[in-house]
Write a protein that binds this ligand. Structure first.
Ligand code: DX5
Ligand code: ZN
Length: 220
Protein backbone atom coordinates (compact mmCIF):
# COMPACT_ATOMS: atom_id res chain seq x y z
CA UNK A 1 0.00 0.00 0.00
CA UNK A 2 1.50 3.33 -1.07
CA UNK A 3 1.51 6.42 1.16
CA UNK A 4 -1.59 8.58 0.86
CA UNK A 5 -0.83 12.10 -0.35
CA UNK A 6 -3.24 15.05 -0.46
CA UNK A 7 -2.82 17.74 -3.12
CA UNK A 8 -5.07 20.78 -2.61
CA UNK A 9 -5.92 22.46 -5.94
CA UNK A 10 -5.47 26.22 -5.81
CA UNK A 11 -8.21 26.57 -8.44
CA UNK A 12 -10.62 26.94 -5.52
CA UNK A 13 -8.34 29.25 -3.49
CA UNK A 14 -8.76 33.01 -3.07
CA UNK A 15 -6.39 34.31 -5.77
CA UNK A 16 -6.28 37.72 -4.11
CA UNK A 17 -4.43 36.06 -1.22
CA UNK A 18 -2.75 33.24 -3.08
CA UNK A 19 0.55 33.02 -1.17
CA UNK A 20 -1.33 33.06 2.12
CA UNK A 21 -3.68 30.32 0.89
CA UNK A 22 -0.74 28.15 -0.19
CA UNK A 23 0.99 28.64 3.16
CA UNK A 24 -2.26 27.76 4.94
CA UNK A 25 -2.62 24.39 3.21
CA UNK A 26 1.05 23.62 3.80
CA UNK A 27 0.56 24.37 7.50
CA UNK A 28 -2.62 22.29 7.38
CA UNK A 29 -0.78 19.14 6.33
CA UNK A 30 -0.94 19.11 2.51
CA UNK A 31 1.64 16.97 0.71
CA UNK A 32 1.67 18.71 -2.69
CA UNK A 33 0.20 21.88 -4.18
CA UNK A 34 -1.84 21.19 -7.33
CA UNK A 35 -1.99 23.91 -9.98
CA UNK A 36 -4.63 23.73 -12.73
CA UNK A 37 -3.53 25.37 -15.98
CA UNK A 38 -6.33 25.85 -18.54
CA UNK A 39 -6.14 27.46 -21.97
CA UNK A 40 -9.74 27.91 -23.15
CA UNK A 41 -9.08 25.42 -25.96
CA UNK A 42 -8.39 22.02 -24.47
CA UNK A 43 -10.93 22.87 -21.77
CA UNK A 44 -13.65 25.52 -21.78
CA UNK A 45 -12.04 27.69 -19.10
CA UNK A 46 -9.01 29.93 -18.68
CA UNK A 47 -6.85 30.05 -15.60
CA UNK A 48 -3.20 30.74 -15.09
CA UNK A 49 0.29 30.52 -16.55
CA UNK A 50 3.91 30.22 -15.41
CA UNK A 51 3.97 33.54 -13.51
CA UNK A 52 1.45 32.17 -11.02
CA UNK A 53 3.36 28.90 -10.71
CA UNK A 54 6.41 31.02 -9.83
CA UNK A 55 4.43 32.76 -7.08
CA UNK A 56 3.25 29.40 -5.71
CA UNK A 57 6.82 28.05 -5.82
CA UNK A 58 8.02 31.04 -3.78
CA UNK A 59 5.31 30.52 -1.16
CA UNK A 60 5.95 26.86 -0.25
CA UNK A 61 8.47 24.09 0.29
CA UNK A 62 5.96 21.49 -0.95
CA UNK A 63 6.30 19.91 -4.39
CA UNK A 64 4.36 21.87 -7.02
CA UNK A 65 2.16 19.58 -9.12
CA UNK A 66 1.29 21.31 -12.40
CA UNK A 67 -1.67 19.92 -14.37
CA UNK A 68 -1.60 21.23 -17.93
CA UNK A 69 -5.08 21.21 -19.45
CA UNK A 70 -3.83 22.88 -22.59
CA UNK A 71 -3.52 22.08 -26.28
CA UNK A 72 0.04 21.42 -27.51
CA UNK A 73 1.50 21.33 -23.99
CA UNK A 74 4.96 20.62 -25.47
CA UNK A 75 5.20 24.34 -26.21
CA UNK A 76 5.19 25.23 -22.52
CA UNK A 77 6.90 22.40 -20.62
CA UNK A 78 10.20 24.28 -20.13
CA UNK A 79 8.44 27.50 -19.06
CA UNK A 80 6.53 25.69 -16.34
CA UNK A 81 9.64 23.83 -15.22
CA UNK A 82 11.60 27.10 -15.01
CA UNK A 83 8.73 28.60 -13.01
CA UNK A 84 9.21 25.86 -10.42
CA UNK A 85 7.07 22.85 -11.35
CA UNK A 86 8.33 19.63 -9.72
CA UNK A 87 5.82 17.41 -11.44
CA UNK A 88 4.21 18.12 -14.81
CA UNK A 89 1.11 16.35 -16.15
CA UNK A 90 0.21 16.58 -19.83
CA UNK A 91 -3.04 15.16 -21.17
CA UNK A 92 -2.78 12.10 -23.40
CA UNK A 93 -5.60 13.62 -25.50
CA UNK A 94 -3.58 16.80 -26.10
CA UNK A 95 -0.34 15.20 -27.32
CA UNK A 96 0.13 14.02 -30.88
CA UNK A 97 3.47 12.48 -29.86
CA UNK A 98 2.91 11.50 -26.26
CA UNK A 99 6.20 9.64 -25.83
CA UNK A 100 8.10 12.68 -27.04
CA UNK A 101 6.22 14.95 -24.61
CA UNK A 102 7.05 12.62 -21.71
CA UNK A 103 10.72 12.59 -22.70
CA UNK A 104 10.64 16.37 -22.89
CA UNK A 105 9.30 16.65 -19.33
CA UNK A 106 11.98 14.29 -18.05
CA UNK A 107 14.70 16.18 -19.91
CA UNK A 108 13.51 19.41 -18.27
CA UNK A 109 14.25 17.85 -14.87
CA UNK A 110 10.63 17.58 -13.75
CA UNK A 111 8.88 14.34 -12.87
CA UNK A 112 6.62 13.21 -15.69
CA UNK A 113 2.94 12.41 -15.48
CA UNK A 114 0.20 11.82 -18.04
CA UNK A 115 -3.41 12.77 -17.37
CA UNK A 116 -6.35 10.96 -18.95
CA UNK A 117 -9.95 12.09 -19.25
CA UNK A 118 -12.78 9.88 -17.97
CA UNK A 119 -13.68 8.55 -21.44
CA UNK A 120 -10.11 7.87 -22.58
CA UNK A 121 -9.08 4.21 -22.42
CA UNK A 122 -6.00 3.18 -20.44
CA UNK A 123 -4.49 1.82 -23.66
CA UNK A 124 -3.65 5.45 -24.52
CA UNK A 125 -0.89 5.41 -21.88
CA UNK A 126 0.06 1.75 -21.82
CA UNK A 127 3.29 2.18 -23.80
CA UNK A 128 4.62 5.17 -21.86
CA UNK A 129 4.02 3.80 -18.36
CA UNK A 130 7.67 2.80 -17.91
CA UNK A 131 8.73 6.45 -18.20
CA UNK A 132 6.23 7.96 -15.77
CA UNK A 133 6.38 8.94 -12.11
CA UNK A 134 2.63 9.30 -11.97
CA UNK A 135 -0.60 8.84 -13.89
CA UNK A 136 -3.43 11.31 -13.29
CA UNK A 137 -6.87 9.81 -13.79
CA UNK A 138 -9.55 12.47 -14.16
CA UNK A 139 -12.63 11.66 -12.12
CA UNK A 140 -14.54 14.57 -13.70
CA UNK A 141 -14.37 16.09 -17.17
CA UNK A 142 -11.66 18.72 -16.74
CA UNK A 143 -12.38 22.44 -16.79
CA UNK A 144 -14.00 23.39 -13.54
CA UNK A 145 -13.77 22.83 -9.82
CA UNK A 146 -16.72 21.65 -7.78
CA UNK A 147 -18.01 18.92 -10.14
CA UNK A 148 -19.22 15.47 -9.11
CA UNK A 149 -16.98 12.41 -8.98
CA UNK A 150 -17.83 10.07 -11.89
CA UNK A 151 -18.28 6.66 -10.22
CA UNK A 152 -17.40 4.58 -13.32
CA UNK A 153 -13.81 5.80 -13.01
CA UNK A 154 -13.35 3.77 -9.82
CA UNK A 155 -13.13 0.60 -11.95
CA UNK A 156 -10.60 2.32 -14.19
CA UNK A 157 -8.46 3.16 -11.14
CA UNK A 158 -8.51 -0.51 -10.16
CA UNK A 159 -7.65 -1.59 -13.70
CA UNK A 160 -4.70 0.81 -13.86
CA UNK A 161 -3.36 -0.23 -10.45
CA UNK A 162 -3.61 -3.89 -11.49
CA UNK A 163 -1.77 -3.14 -14.73
CA UNK A 164 1.00 -1.27 -12.87
CA UNK A 165 1.35 -4.12 -10.38
CA UNK A 166 1.45 -6.68 -13.18
CA UNK A 167 4.23 -4.75 -14.84
CA UNK A 168 6.06 -4.24 -11.51
CA UNK A 169 5.93 -0.43 -11.85
CA UNK A 170 6.13 1.86 -8.84
CA UNK A 171 4.02 4.67 -10.30
CA UNK A 172 1.83 7.06 -8.30
CA UNK A 173 -1.84 7.09 -9.23
CA UNK A 174 -3.44 10.50 -8.77
CA UNK A 175 -7.16 11.19 -9.01
CA UNK A 176 -8.61 14.62 -9.68
CA UNK A 177 -12.17 15.89 -9.54
CA UNK A 178 -14.99 15.57 -7.06
CA UNK A 179 -12.70 14.17 -4.35
CA UNK A 180 -14.40 14.61 -0.97
CA UNK A 181 -14.40 12.59 2.26
CA UNK A 182 -17.39 10.65 0.86
CA UNK A 183 -15.74 9.70 -2.47
CA UNK A 184 -12.08 9.34 -1.54
CA UNK A 185 -12.46 5.94 0.13
CA UNK A 186 -13.56 4.17 -3.04
CA UNK A 187 -10.74 5.73 -5.08
CA UNK A 188 -8.17 4.77 -2.44
CA UNK A 189 -9.50 1.23 -2.12
CA UNK A 190 -9.22 0.88 -5.91
CA UNK A 191 -5.54 1.85 -5.77
CA UNK A 192 -5.22 5.64 -6.04
CA UNK A 193 -2.64 7.15 -3.67
CA UNK A 194 -2.48 10.87 -4.58
CA UNK A 195 -5.67 12.89 -4.21
CA UNK A 196 -6.37 16.32 -5.66
CA UNK A 197 -9.02 18.25 -3.77
CA UNK A 198 -10.07 21.79 -4.62
CA UNK A 199 -13.46 22.62 -3.18
CA UNK A 200 -13.20 20.01 -0.41
CA UNK A 201 -10.25 21.93 1.04
CA UNK A 202 -10.61 25.59 0.06
CA UNK A 203 -14.33 25.82 0.68
CA UNK A 204 -13.94 24.34 4.16
CA UNK A 205 -13.67 26.72 7.13
CA UNK A 206 -10.66 24.84 8.53
CA UNK A 207 -8.11 23.57 5.98
CA UNK A 208 -6.29 21.37 8.49
CA UNK A 209 -9.54 19.62 9.47
CA UNK A 210 -10.51 19.23 5.80
CA UNK A 211 -7.18 17.64 4.90
CA UNK A 212 -7.38 15.39 7.95
CA UNK A 213 -10.90 14.28 6.95
CA UNK A 214 -9.69 13.42 3.45
CA UNK A 215 -6.75 11.44 4.78
CA UNK A 216 -9.01 9.58 7.22
CA UNK A 217 -11.46 8.80 4.39
CA UNK A 218 -8.63 7.43 2.23
CA UNK A 219 -7.16 5.32 5.01
CA UNK A 220 -10.45 3.71 6.06
C1 DX5 B 1 -10.67 20.06 -12.83
C2 DX5 B 1 -9.32 20.34 -12.17
C3 DX5 B 1 -9.31 19.96 -10.75
C4 DX5 B 1 -10.27 20.75 -9.89
C5 DX5 B 1 -10.70 19.88 -8.76
O1 DX5 B 1 -10.61 20.45 -14.15
O2 DX5 B 1 -8.29 19.62 -12.82
O3 DX5 B 1 -8.01 19.95 -10.20
O4 DX5 B 1 -9.73 21.93 -9.41
O5 DX5 B 1 -11.70 20.54 -8.06
P1 DX5 B 1 -12.70 19.81 -7.08
O6 DX5 B 1 -11.87 19.11 -6.07
O7 DX5 B 1 -13.50 20.93 -6.52
O8 DX5 B 1 -13.51 18.86 -7.92
ZN1 ZN C 1 -6.22 19.28 -11.79
Amino acid sequence: MKTIRIAPSILSADFGRLAEEVRAVEAGGADLVHVDVMDGRFVPNLTIGPVVVKAVRAATQLPVDVHLMIAEPERYVESFREAGADLISVHAEACLHLHRAVEQIRASGARASVAVNPATPLSAIEWVLDDLSMVLLMTVNPGFGGQRYIPQVTRKIAALRALLDRRGLDVDLEVDGGVHPATIGAAAAAGANVFVAGSAVFEAPDYRAAIRALRAGAEE
